[in-house]
Design a protein around this ligand. Structure first.
Ligand code: SF4
Length: 689
């Protein structure tokens, strides 16, 4: 345990990607921790939202896993670590001997540190596979793909600070920061909006962010490309293009012009369900501002056309010259506290640490030299593909802190597929729906009990610090992975480095954007990546001089409307879309166990427009059955005008009414992100809860 402040230990909130700092002080009882404000915390200066304020409630929780569990005759029983790890390593060895290295899948976790995810992906590659992924596949994989392809880095182009100080317009598309990134919203974005920053929000749902917006474009789910094409066409037709910027810093502009040549704005506005004049006004506000910034969320990324959705935002920023300066850019708001870092350190099926493609011979060789073994050269399977390959290519699953039974789309099929796995090991702090299916469950430590680094939404790498003792027989994820790696592969591949700082020292050797960062340099402030050497202070905003693309130019590429893979029909006349509320966190393994958070919204619900409710005879607060081609779920109806007629809105947060049993597992062909945001559904009434 380290104490770096007079009172309490400075660490980082375990929930969202804003990266708020807080202090913890150990209480009298074992495991008891008390929260204190950290007034000098670099991101939040002491402020916390409801989740951060309740974050200690899961630390000393009575349902914490304390002992390893092994399945015997269909039931779990407690086991020693020796027995549990022996079961894990002997099963992994057997599967590899029988089927080869590509027969296991590995799920990293954005709830875990950079060091833990780094060791997990290295373990997968030493095992002989690139079948390793993390939940970014479910949230921003398409954003990362588009940003990397067209600008260079799969991350926010700017920092919260410069966006607050310099932006004249915020274009918030498919995101709801007031609920999902509350401190970023209250401390940065709302402050700017209260002064004179004009806020445009594009979202199918009226939410806390739209209530503060100057202009809310309530788009029909899955029609973001035509909406942005109206914006782009309006900009072209009115001569609002930044011609110097386009000439000097971009390529592909002609393709955009050709794509929009015969584009019919009135027809497109009908498709979007938004008045044309509102979209044209938004276009003018954005294009004529001195500095305009785009924020992009999962309303854009979680579509089978997610990569093209984000590309169109990039098109908008590039044609108006809104990149490479403070107060501009294309800025994905990341969900979990370390989803950015989990990708940075290579827990992905197609990239090694530092986003080196696995099929890049030179880049791979540099990593192999440090690791001392050969890395498979072919990209592996994404997390949804790993599940879909159960019983065929994939026979075993290693899950660190993830819960695919609730988080993956088409959940009924996920349950059937996981049943096909010959062996599943889960390491977690609570018994999740996925852990219930496992052969071995390994008790891990919580955020308050371990140290390491995490990377927030604006690329700030920060240190988490242990504030309390490890409960029962739990072990750190890093120790578990190191033990598994050493047992499987012997000593000599550095799996026995148990100290997070030691792991970070190796990590930065193979991750160029982290190379200049050390634990000492991180101190209490953290460092923004890219940070290439120890003199480099890190970059709060990117691309001042050039883009990190092979040509150094920003890539413009025109895109056209792609309706959702599944559209409404007579049997399924609604489009169902999903999102979360401030008190929600992913599949709820932590947040539904937090009394403060679950009190606020104790059960799942669906927003339905009064016009539809009247027609179907749905009373407010009555239970209804939502049905899609993949399953059904009973939830409470909330009759309100937050959605337009024909649209249903619910949350994927509750394992008792798992909305992802209904969602579509169609994937974006580039980024392999599922289409959570638009499924065809119907509503059945007169059902019991
Ligand atoms: Fe934690 Fe995010 Fe809330 Fe900050 S905004 S306290 S990081 S959940």
């Amino acid at each position: 345990m380290s104490k770096e402040a007079d009172e309490g230990v400075c660490t980082i909130c375990p929930y969202c990607g804003v990266g708020c700092g807080l202090k913890l002080k150990e209480g009298e009882e074992q495991g008891e921790v008390r929260l204190q404000p950290w007034f000098d915390a670099p991101v939040n200066e002491g402020a916390l939202c409801i989740k951060g304020g309740a974050s200690t409630e899961v630390v000393n929780h009575e349902e914490r896993l304390m002992e390893p569990l092994v399945r015997e005759d269909g039931e779990f029983r407690e086991a020693t670590w020796e027995e549990a790890l022996e079961r894990v390593t002997s099963e992994m060895s057997r599967i590899r001997e029988e089927y080869g290295g590509n027969s296991m899948g590995f799920f990293g976790s954005s709830k875990c540190t950079n060091e833990e995810n780094y060791v997990l992906q290295k373990l997968a590659r030493r095992y002989g596979t690139n079948n390793v992924d993390n939940c970014t596949r479910m949230c921003h994989a398409s954003t990362v793909a588009a940003l990397r392809e067209s600008l260079g880095a799969g991350a926010m182009t700017n920092s919260m600070q410069d966006l607050m100080e310099e932006a004249d317009v915020y274009w918030i598309h498919g995101a709801n920061p007031a609920e999902q990134h509350p401190i970023a919203h209250s401390k940065y974005f709302r402050q700017a909006a209260l002064e004179d920053t004009f806020v445009v929000q594009v979202d199918p749902h009226v939410n806390k962010t739209s209530r503060d917006a100057d202009l809310h474009l309530q788009v029909k789910p899955g029609t973001d490309i035509p909406l942005l094409n109206i914006v782009l066409k309006t900009i072209l037709d009115n001569g609002w293009v930044d011609e110097d910027f386009v000439e000097e810093r971009t390529e592909g502009f002609e393709h955009l012009v050709e794509t929009l040549e015969d584009f019919d704005v009135e027809e497109a506005a009908d498709i979007c369900g938004v008045p044309l004049e509102d979209i044209e006004r938004a276009a003018e506000v954005y294009a004529t501002a001195e500095n305009a910034a785009i924020f992009t969320g999962m309303g854009m990324s979680q579509h089978a056309c997610g990569t093209d959705n984000v590309q169109n935002e990039i098109n908008l920023a590039l044609v108006t010259g809104n990149l490479g300066r403070p107060g501009t850019g294309v800025n994905p708001l990341r969900g979990q506290n370390n989803v950015q870092g989990t990708c940075d350190v290579g827990a992905m099926y197609n990239t090694l640490p530092g986003y080196v493609p696995v099929d890049d011979d030179e880049g791979r060789a540099a990593v192999e030299e440090v690791w001392g073994f050969e890395v498979p050269t072919v990209p592996g399977l994404s997390n949804v593909e790993i599940t879909q390959a159960a019983g065929e290519q994939v026979h075993g699953l290693y899950v660190m802190g993830e819960n695919p039974v609730i988080s993956e789309p088409n959940g009924n099929e996920v349950l059937e597929l996981l049943d096909e796995m010959e062996f599943i090991v889960v390491q977690d702090i609570f018994m999740s729906d996925t852990a219930e299916l496992a052969d071995v469950v390994l008790p891990a430590t919580s955020w308050a009990e371990r140290g390491g680094t995490v990377t927030n939404t604006d690329r700030r790498v920060q240190r988490m610090r242990a504030a309390t003792r490890v409960p029962g027989n739990a072990r750190h994820d890093l120790d578990i992975l190191s033990d598994v790696g050493t047992r499987l592969f012997g000593e000599g591949f550095d799996f026995d480095a148990g100290d997070p700082e030691e792991v970070f020292e190796e990590l930065r050797q193979v991750t160029p954007i982290y190379r200049g960062i050390t634990y000492d340099r991180l101190g209490l402030e953290g460092v923004h990546w890219p940070c290439y050497d120890e003199e480099d202070e890190g970059d709060p905003f990117l691309y001042e001089e050039s883009f990190d693309t092979p040509s150094g130019l920003g890539g413009i590429r025109g895109v056209t409307h792609q309706p959702p893979r599944e559209v409404e029909d007579e049997t399924y006349p609604f489009v169902l879309t999903t999102a979360r509320l401030e008190e929600h966190y992913n599949t709820g393994t932590m947040s539904t166990r937090s009394p403060t958070l679950i009190r606020r919204t104790p059960e799942n619900f669906v927003d339905i427009n009064p016009v539809d409710a009247d027609r179907l005879g749905v009373e407010d607060e009555a239970y209804v059955k939502l049905v899609s081609r993949r399953g059904d779920v009973v939830v409470k109806a909330s009759v309100n005008e937050n959605v337009k007629p024909g649209v249903l809105w619910s949350t994927p947060h509750f394992s008792e009414s798992p909305i992802n049993r209904l969602t579509n597992d169609a994937l974006d062909p580039v980024a392999k992100i599922p289409e959570y945001k638009a499924s065809a559904a119907r509503v059945e009434v007169d059902v019991e809860p």
